[in-house]
Design a protein around this ligand. Sequence first.
Ligand code: ADP
Ligand code: SF4
Length: 688
Amino acid sequence: MPRDPRFDVLFEPVQIGPLTARNRFFQVPHCSGMGHLLPRSDAAMRSMKAEGGWAVVCTEQCSFHPHAEAAPYPETKLWDEDDVIRMRHWTDTIHAHGALAGTEIVSNASALANYYSREIPLGPSHTPVTYSPDPVQARAMDLDDIREFRRWHRDGMLRARDAGFDLVYVYCAHDIAMPMDFLSRRRNRRTDEYGGSLENRVRLLRELLEDTVEAVGGSMAIGLRFATDELLGKDGITWEDEGCKVVEMLADLPDFWDVNVSDWNNDSASSRFTSEGYQEPYIAFVKGIVKKPVITVGRYTSPETMLSLITRGIADFVGCARPSIADPFIPRKIEEGRLDDIRECIGCNICVTGQHMKTPMRCTQNPTVGEEWRRGWHPEKIEPRGSDSSVLVVGAGPAGLECALALGQRGYRVGLAEASRELGGRVTHEAALPGLSEWARVRDYRTYQIEKLHETVEVFRESEMTAETVLEAGYRHVAVATGARWRQDGIGRTHTAAPIPGSDAAHVLTPDDLFAGAAPASPVVVYDDDCHYMGGVIAEKLASDGLAVILVTPSPVISAWAEEALEQHGIQTNLVKIGVQIVTGHSLTQIDAGGVQVEGVYGEGARSIECASVVMVTSRLPNDALYYALGASPERLADAGIHSVKRIGDALGPGLIAAAVWSGHRFARELDAPPPGDVPFKRELVVI
Ligand code: ADP
Ligand code: SF4
């Protein structure tokens, strides 16, 4: 189908510095957890976006000198000629699909500790490093340091050009970049010509831009990534004041402006706290000042809002990081009139956790991300079936849905049996919790795609399968995707051996009970020993239902792991705001009729908390009874013509929704494939 002419404007070529971008889709720099440690993997991930039609595909931030490194994060590097050769791999793979390649030259300045190079971090003033509580201080640069820094930065730009990049960024955003440190009244306490007035504080940024123009201007498009607002009110940069003035001061220097809000928590805020286009109030003014192309982000996932961003004159390019991860083929799909095939990002920020874990990023919506090179998984192509086998998938949660979809796309005959009327499993339940409605896209995208495969994939709702019915169903392979259930007994991270006394009482519930309609009495204690999002979001739901809620966790903060997804601060702040009583650093030791006993994890004595009910969020158990029932009689399986029974998703190991989707996808990819061996993917090893 040809594209809807309404979207033509998104496909107009745009002049950007000395170059022409083929359309208005711009993948802004984003990290991946792969970077310089896994160069082939990272480049393969980026090349999918070039193939998917993006006009510009950028790497993540790229360090230009050992004094400006990003360790422990595996960001790309352009320190010397060896790096130039390595980075050519990125530009070649991006160029191979007709996109322009960009990179963001960075010094993380006083944000990071230079753990690899052991150089003392540099900054405008003496200060402890800011991104994490490392026992390291950045030292204040003197004028010689600044001169050297400018030389390193300029050399980095030249190396970017030599590596084949078309676009290069000067980076002043996210509160982790040198020029932003100088700009910041909070970070810059200098009294020389680089401190004090705004004119002085912006001096380094201006010089870096001028150096870059002098070094590579005319041969590359030079961008400025600039945070117009820090969302700190008068304590930080605001778009109405300093943000606007800086844009006015530097308007014509770069070839393009990429504008956003700072810090990274705000720029990549999850869908729990923001909706599509959330940055517009802070950046809309920029187009009124500058005459150069403007790019912005805001988790634009729908073609309509992308179109509106351009037609309302807010920006010239649709900037995307997360939406391009969830669906690297967005431009192609709009071009081909396949809007319904777009796999919209759900804003869960699991991709971000990959960077924080320094491992290949995962995506809840796109199971192929990070697997493009090492397993050869393409987001839009899958091997045709390897036989005329048929597969029964039991359970239509994220694992079962993805499995059935990918098997159907391969051409297998598939039956998808789901016990309940609703498809989606945990996603359907969790999407009903406060702030998580976008998560339903995991279900909706797959359900819609499965409907299109109705000739091969048959869906059976309200079909709770037993070993008997599976044996009778007439499929050759069985994928058991029956999910997991929350434990009521309190066993989890803290209580590892024995159930918490009293946890078997009727007023003790689990999230599954709440999903099934149980209503806890107020006041309610939510006990969170899971430490991801569930405890916090259940507390939020119950508090918004009008219950008095006490949230108890052994962890020092609420929803501790949500920090990796940039959500922890927002979750705890919100719970405080809505009146949830928070008890951190305490474990639950006993449950009685009128309350619970808790004990401090640092030796604080026991105390009791009055409550009428308890919700346990500790850990989950796989629903694997069907799997073991089937495995109990291999002869009956053989008689029924069943060749294999495997568990996937939470039924195999309860975990992230992203892990369940990936697991379902893996099953489909590997069916009838040669055995993958003990190490089931290619590795990137340094040759010794
Ligand atoms: P996952 O995250 O692994 O996909 P979920 O818990 O989200 O797991 O989904 C599991 C799905 O399996 C649920 O929708 C549940 O209703 C369904 N289910 C569980 N047991 C059976 C069964 N015996 N027959 C059919 N469906 C089942
Ligand atoms: Fe979007 Fe979540 Fe995928 Fe990140 S992991 S791209 S937030 S769906």
